[in-house]
Structure formats: structure tokens, C-alpha cells
Ligand binder design. Structure first.
Ligand SMILES: [Zn+2]
Length: 120
């Protein structure tokens, strides 16, 4: 006797039906919460990681600029110094989450993003 046959022929009581309904609802709830936890944060995390990668690239560009132009830690490169075809990054980077420009800062500072949690 297999379990499917037993399910089809067994007469469930109201209490049994209620328990089965609850179990199914609980399983659905767990599945939905699990899926949200798994997929829900993905876009935010990938945007954050992409932003941090860009901050690293900006920092690298600043270091290059500083070395090539014999600058000191108090000097501040402009966006024109770093970005563009004649700069160290071809395009002016913007945060993938907010679309805002980055704070470049002096050579002694780390570049920053205005979105909380987006930092080197
Ligand atoms: Zn950002």
C-alpha cells in the first residue's frame, strides 16, 4: 500500500484537515520568507559591491595621478584630472544605487559615496 493511495482513500477528520492546512500554510510561509531572504537583498548587495569596486578604482586613479604629477597627500585631484579619455578612468563613475557622483577628496582621504554602507 503506498502513501498516495492511503491519502486518496483515507477519510480525514476536520481536525486532521485543519492540521494539514496549517502545515501547508507554514511550509508556504517558510518558502516565501526563504525566497525573500535569498533574492530580496541581491540587487542591493550587488549595487553596493559595484559601488565599492568603483571607489577602489577611484582610489587607484588618485594614486596614479598623485605619482605622475608629484602631488602630496593634501592635494585634491578634480574630476577632470581623473576621468575622461585623457584621465585614468574613461568614464565619470556614479553610484549604481543613487546615481550620485563620488566625493573624491584629497590624496590622503579615501573617496566616498553618499549612500550609507558604501565605503572602502
Ligand atoms: Zn554608492
Amino acid at each position: 500500500m503506498n502513501i498516495l493511495h492511503w491519502f486518496r482513500t483515507h477519510k480525514f477528520t476536520d481536525a486532521e484537515q485543519l492540521i494539514i492546512m496549517y502545515l501547508v500554510l507554514i511550509m508556504l510561509g517558510v518558502a516565501v520568507v526563504g525566497a525573500l531572504g535569498f533574492f530580496g537583498n541581491r540587487p542591493r548587495h550587488t549595487a553596493r559591491n559595484a559601488c565599492i569596486n568603483q571607489l577602489r578604482m577611484i582610489e587607484g586613479a588618485k594614486e596614479q595621478w598623485g605619482l605622475e604629477h608629484h602631488m602630496e597627500v593634501v592635494n585634491t585631484p578634480t574630476p577632470e584630472d581623473l576621468f575622461g579619455l585623457s584621465g585614468y578612468m574613461k568614464f565619470t563613475p556614479t553610484c549604481p544605487s543613487s546615481g550620485s557622483n563620488y566625493f573624491i577628496g584629497t590624496l590622503g582621504e579615501r573617496p566616498r559615496c553618499s549612500v550609507p554602507g558604501h565605503s572602502l
